[in-house]
Design a protein around this ligand. Structure first.
Ligand code: CA
Length: 229
């Protein structure tokens, strides 16, 4: 069995160390970051199952980090806050934390809440997943993983990729793909799709060097295919 990877973002070293000890006792793999501006870069390097995120942090505050992460990932996030009046904002749609823990807390309570959130999110995510080769798409949370690493993509790129991945080898015209993209500019839609495709290819290539999965079909459009031409 694999043990969950948890990231603790907390600038008070004593609190971070205390939490870390409790989670290690429970067989979690624990990572600690004390600066807010290191979190996004760290997520690129290390697959994580959950983030415990303090709000007052040097570099970047927890709310900003939460907002940035939600642009590309639905990873479970539990906020640590001393201010009860912030809770509605943290859990609201705009920020989208999964839970919060009020400071001061008992480490035992934190561990219990983390386990509960992990159980809940695992149940939520599994039913609606599209898996093909190294790709795994979760339509409900707009998340794409390649070999278990999250691909940072925009909602429009997700819509295009999901459309194509759902029907491998089928050719989609630009017009069809436009239908999946919200808020496009009709006058320039062909160019818009081409730009999204170009960006998608670049992002996918970073995870799968040398493998082309989005193929241009001359005069028609694009298709997703894992087989080599
Ligand atoms: Ca703090």
């Amino acid at each position: 069995m694999t043990y969950p990877n948890i990231l603790i973002v907390e600038d008070e070293a004593k609190i971070a160390a205390l939490l870390s000890d409790y989670f290690k006792t429970e067989n979690f793999n624990v990572f600690i970051i004390s600066r807010g501006d290191r979190v996004l870069g760290f997520m690129d390097q290390q697959p994580l199952d959950l983030i415990l995120l303090d709000i007052m942090l040097p570099g970047m505050d927890g709310k900003k980090i939460l907002r940035e992460i939600r642009k590309f990932s639905s990873i479970p996030i539990i906020m640590l806050t001393a201010r009860i009046e912030e809770i509605d904002i943290l859990l609201g749609l705009e920020l989208g934390a999964d839970d919060y823990i009020l400071k001061p807390f008992s480490p035992r309570e934190v561990v219990a809440r983390v386990k509960a959130v992990l159980r809940r999110t695992r149940e939520d995510i599994n039913p609606e997943k599209i898996i093909i080769g190294p790709f795994s798409l979760s339509p409900q949370c707009h998340e794409v993983k390649i070999n278990d690493r999250v691909l940072k993509i925009t909602p429009n790129e997700f819509g295009i990729l999901k459309t194509m991945v759902s029907r491998p080898n089928r050719v989609f015209s630009r017009g069809e793909l436009v239908g999946r993209v919200q808020g496009y500019n009709f006058d320039g839609y062909n160019r818009t799709i081409d730009t999204h495709i170009k960006n998608l290819r670049k992002k996918i290539a970073a995870h799968l060097p040398g493998t082309e999965v989005i193929h241009s079909v001359y005069g028609t459009g694009y298709k997703f295919s894992l087989t080599l031409d």
